[in-house]
Design a protein around this ligand. Sequence first.
Ligand SMILES: Nc1ncnc2c1ncn2[C@@H]1O[C@H](COP(=O)(O)OP(=O)(O)OP(=O)(O)O)[C@@H](O)[C@H]1O
Length: 328
Amino acid sequence: MDTQRAVRARGLTKCFGDVVALDGVDLDLAPGQIHGVAGPNGAGKTTLLGLLLGLTVADKGELTVLGRRVGRARPAPRGVAGFVDGPGLYPSLTARKNLAALAALRGQDVSGGRIGAALAEVGLTEVADDRVRGFSLGMRQRLGLAAALLIQPRLLVLDEPSNGLDPAGKQQVHAVLRGLADTGTTIVLSSHRMDDLEALCSEVVILATGRVRFAGPLGKLATDQRELEYRLLTSDPDTARRVAGETEGVRPVAGTGAWRGTQALLVRALAPAVEGLVAALVAAGVGVREVAPVVSPLEAAFLALTEEPETDQQETDQQGTVRQEGDR
Ligand SMILES: Nc1ncnc2c1ncn2[C@@H]1O[C@H](COP(=O)(O)OP(=O)(O)OP(=O)(O)O)[C@@H](O)[C@H]1O
């Protein structure tokens, strides 16, 4: 069995009629990590997660999950849990009875105590005996996670698990996922929220038009040398603008405006040039109250990778990342 990778995909292709949802995806996902899958609408995220869960099969390519080849007549191995497009639940049953019914459906003998513990872990104890019909989207998501926890998954696959969660609910779900990863569970989750991915994931896969644009450590993506737009709040906006115009590698952006009641300066620069600008401002007697990227480095990298057509260089980068992690 392959202990180096929880998931190995080579040339995975899936079409729906004329639509190519996944187009030759190569991927190696290390075990015990939280992997984020990001990409614009229609990029193929849900299709990929559905393949991992064995809900659908690829038209071409190879997929190995937890060391076992999956495909037509080869279902996903035990130990894989999760959901896409929201968890499948029985609206007329209570949360507790839903978990009992789902366990019975899987042929699992689960004690009431374990069901109670799973509900407590996702913060649903108080509504355990309420019918799911009245549950909000966030509560349903949490119940879906509780159902997955019951089987003690080795691979947990979740499509947009933070959807509909309030900030406290999100913290709780994040804590559950981190706890699972700490005990060796591999987690693959999709999200449109870069802040969620930054908070949770060590590795990220970026898909666009069914192809992998990046796969690897989050840090590698976010710390790529990339020019970003920064917002500076200073004690003297006019002098700050003049100093910015004179600082090497810094380009003031036109149309600066009010930001929280003060006048902000917007510049485009690489991170080292921004450090130079701050030093120059201090030397000129200008107080610097705040320096922050207008969009996070990860979001900027995401936009750059997904909004532009794929280049040969990106293709090389992606292939390189895949080759580094596994053989071909
Ligand atoms: N069952 C289906 N029948 C027809 N087309 C489908 C089906 N499932 C997915 N597609 C198409 O495949 C492409 C990829 O869809 P998918 O749902 O995997 O993307 P996604 O990245 O999850 O998108 P979103 O962020 O909007 O959820 C889209 O063009 C979609 O319309």
